[in-house]
Structure formats: C-alpha cells, structure tokens
Design a protein around this ligand. Structure first.
Ligand SMILES: Nc1ncnc2c1ncn2[C@@H]1O[C@H](COP(=O)(O)OP(=O)(O)OP(=O)(O)O)[C@@H](O)[C@H]1O
Ligand SMILES: [Mg+2]
Length: 307
C-alpha cells in the first residue's frame, strides 16, 4: 500500500534498547515528517547511535517499534532500506581509489544506480572537481562529503546521518552544514544526530533532545530557542502528560526535566491543558508561566556529559 503524504516518514513508538542492565534507549517516541531537517541532539552516550541502529534494522529493539513510510522496519527491511540513505560512524571506502571509483563500486553493488546519478551525487556534495583524486588524499571534510554522496546514490527519500561533522574543523563543519541546508531546501527529509547544539541550531528546523536514553525535549527549533511563551507544569504522570500534549497542534515544544514539564504554549492555553490532563487522570500540582530562552537548558544538557 502506498504511504500517504502526511504520515510521518519515521515514527518510533515506545522504542527501548537494554544492554544487560543498561537502558541505552528508553521508551522513545519520535515523529519525523516529510521535508523536515530533524536534529537528534544528545550528549555522548545518550543513545543516539543505538536509536539509529534500530531505525536501520541493525539493532533489535528490546521493546517498541520503528515505522518508516508507514511500514514496520523489521518486517519490511527490503522495502524500507532502498528508500533510506545512511551515513554511519565509519564509512568504509577504499583509500587507493578515487572518489568517483568508490561511488562506482557502490553503484555496482546496489545494481540500480546510473552513471548519471553518480555524477549528480558528486555534484550535490561539491566534489565534482575532486572526483578523480584518491580518497586517501581527501581532507576529512571531503571524505565525509563523499560518504554523503554515497548515501545519495539511491536518491533516498530519507537521509540518516550519525554525527556527520565528528572530527571536522570549523571550516569542514561549515561545508557539511551548508550541504545539509541545501539538501533540506530540495525537500529531502534529513535526520542528523549531534552532540552540539550550535550545529543543530544552524541546520535543523526540528529537534529532539535525548539524555540517558530518554526524550527530554522536542519541537520546532525556532520555538525552542525563542524567549517566552512557556508554561511550566508539575504533574503526576509526566510521561503520559508529554505523550498527550505532544499531539496538540498549539504545543510548539516540550521539555521534560524530572517531574517538570516545559510546554511551549501561551498562557491562554492553560485551561485547555488542565482539562486535557484531568480528563486523563493526570493532576497538576503547579503551573506557571515562564519567560526564558531554552538556550541555557540546551547547553546544560548537551555539554554536561562531554567525553
Ligand atoms: N553493544 C553494546 N553493548 C553494551 N552497551 C552498549 C552497546 N552499544 C551502546 N552501548 C551503551 O549504550 C549507551 C548509549 O550508547 P550510544 O552509542 O547509542 O550513544 P550515543 O548517543 O551515540 O553516544 P556518542 O555521542 O558517544 O556517539 C552507552 O552507555 C553505551 O555505552
Ligand atoms: Mg554515537
């Protein structure tokens, strides 16, 4: 069945992964919609790579599910994966071959990529002028861009990138950022993990933040960063409250900090929130308007666990 255009490109429901006693990803509910450039922000060890592994069917979830294009990933890998391009931690490319020859090999492996598409992919990442140079002579930024070109070969609807700017200097980071902004403008859905707020902020229009495997914030980037329009709630069941509020169109962002929820909504929505939660037997012990930017919060979350 063809997927309808307004259903999420990716939806995770209750996605959980345990390694022994360690809960690497904890009941994660994400929705990524068509055309979004979605930042997946979290400090080292937050569970980003594990989440991406589960999205791509490389890691079996302990509980929960991932749907892409409306299909359960594990049950439809052969249908889903050709529609996705991924750049993971260590792209394995041949050092002695040129950038173009590396792509030719991959194209041959996949069997469905034309020469023209190879050239388009090289062009998209700005490597056409250096396509004949050996991979080993590329700068780190160029190597990373070639990995993106490889992911673009199949003209994927969704690009998933795990820390694409890791190890790059500021100029290399900017090259990659510009590339994603460009791809985003072409309407591709892009999912980028990062532990740098600054980076996500410059590229992404939507963001989810995880820490310790748990989702602690999600929303429209500009709303999360802008000053004001937040309600701070203390509730009896923050998980469920977050779940319910997430579905309301007037909620622009959600942040959870223990029992506290920060809801991106104006004070005029306070009665609606009370009613919605009460109807679901969730009770509010405290509610107040908060006027502050979330930047400090972001920095705290993303910088506290470096290294
Ligand atoms: N195969 C594994 N076995 C045991 N523990 C694992 C395994 N893979 C990941 N972990 C643990 O799960 C947690 C989440 O790891 P993950 O690699 O998903 O984090 P991350 O957000 O990608 O971090 P980073 O920014 O360092 O890449 C960490 O505590 C990690 O040590
Ligand atoms: Mg990682």
């Amino acid at each position: 069945m063809a997927s309808s255009s307004n259903e999420p490109v990716v939806r995770t429901q209750g996605l959980t992964k345990r390694f022994g006693n360690l809960v690497a990803v904890d009941d994660l509910n994400l929705e990524i919609h068509r055309g979004q450039v979605f930042g997946f922000l979290g400090p080292n060890g937050a569970g980003k790579t594990t989440t991406i592994g589960m999205m791509l069917g490389l890691i079996r979830p302990t509980a929960g599910s991932v749907e892409m294009f409306g299909l359960d990933v594990r049950e439809n890998l052969n249908e889903v994966l050709p529609r996705v391009g991924a750049v993971l931690d260590n792209p394995s490319l041949y050092p002695y071959l040129s950038g173009r020859d590396n792509l030719r090999i991959m194209a041959r492996l996949s069997g469905e990529v034309t020469d023209e598409r190879i050239e388009q992919s090289l062009e998209a990442v700005g490597l056409l002028p250096r396509a004949e140079d050996k991979f080993q002579n590329y700068s780190l930024g160029m190597k990373q861009r070639l990995a993106v070109a490889a992911a673009l070969l199949g003209d994927p609807e969704l690009l998933i990138l795990d820390e694409p700017t890791k190890g790059l200097d500021p100029a290399g980071m900017k090259e990659i950022r510009d590339l994603f902004v460009g791809l985003g403008k072409e309407g591709k859905t892009i999912f980028i993990s990062s532990h740098l707020l600054h980076e996500v902020e410059q590229v992404c229009d939507h963001v989810a933040i995880i820490k310790g495997g748990r989702l602690i914030a999600q929303g429209v980037m500009s709303d999360l960063l802008k000053r004001g329009g937040m309600l701070e709630l203390r509730v009896t069941d923050p998980d469920r409250a977050m779940e319910l509020l997430r579905r309301e169109s007037w909620v622009s962002s959600l942040v959870r900090d223990g029992e506290l929820l920060l809801v991106g909504a104006g004070q005029e929505h306070a009665p609606e929130i009370s009613a919605l939660l009460a109807k679901n037997e969730i009770f509010i012990s405290e509610m107040r308007a908060r006027e502050s930017t979330l930047e400090g919060f972001f920095l705290e979350v993303t910088e506290s666990a470096d290294g």
